[in-house]
Design a protein around this ligand. Sequence first.
Ligand code: SF4
Length: 381
Amino acid sequence: MNNDIGIYIHIPFCLQKCFYCDFNSYANKQELVEKYTFALCNEILKNAEILSQYKISTIYIGGGTPSYIDSKYIKQILDTLLLFVDKEYLKEVTIEVNPNSVTEEKLKVYKESGVNRLSIGLQSNHNDILKKIGRAHKIEEFEKALDLANKVGFTNISADLIYPLPDLDLNRFNETLDYILNLKDKNIKHISIYNLEIHENTKLKFLLDEGYVTLVDEDEEYEMYTALNKRFKEAGYNRYEISNYSIQGYESNHNLRYWNQSLYLGFGAGASSFFGGSRYRNENSIEKYISYLDKGISIIAEKEDLDLLSLMKEYVMLALRKIEGLDVTNFKSKYKKDVYELFSEELNSLINDGLLEKEGNYIHLTQRGLEVANLVWEKFV
Ligand code: SF4
């Protein structure tokens, strides 16, 4: 159906700031949680007219650390959203949790409120590395959280990993792969494994620049990349997007919306939306978000209205993130144009360079293309 929509909810509170993080998240602002929840529910209700015209098919509660705040606030937000949900169409409700802040009680509240998928931030199975990147949890807490999630009855669990990391060499990375793959029978149905990005103004950038921590060289990182793809495939985790792997049928429906250029509305500070041919983002500051909503001032900080060509280019870039690639027929039925004619120069050059290939009705990245995907995106920017 084409009037379905995804909802993203942003919870910007964290216990502490991880050294690599440049998400819109804040430590030491817990006194704002209640007012923030009220403002967020208010934002949802202000969108009542739109929400009643669409069928919500996925909800994703991310952050920040949603499990850091009292679960009564998560329930309040979900109860507000559920006013607009036709349960028949709602496929997936995900919440991100951190191992050190999730409890059995919170998990039960999530489940009772309709959450059916958990995304747990693991990042590494080595306590010394977790400490070096400023994560607040230890591996023992991850194990406890996973056991609790299973006990409460969650059967669709995703774990997040990052590589490379300080003090992570190939041997230790292989231990990480052993570790995560051994948890398959604990309902880890999905693994996101992100390539570390080093952002300006983060503590990690400082530590690397000053030589306090180091990362492996490109060759060893490439061996990690090869090892993870081989091991995940052997273990039955199908790579379906550049950084995402799942047991068949457990792909993230919500994230697929992003790569399929489907509609979504984001609620909360810094949350982004794609709706009505525009991409827009709310104010990042929690204080401004609360006060603007209270005073009836617009909370939109940035908005871009995409023209048809930009939309089509964006569609190609997003679709090529998926391993199956771009469905040529879907492109035609959405934009009434032949993607090969429209982007013949770009596509032919990427095919000739061995970065893209045609397969049946699809165009997708080759193995080499997956390794240098940025070169492909550049053609469509
Ligand atoms: S828990 Fe996540 S959002 Fe919070 S600081 Fe760490 S990486 Fe950033």
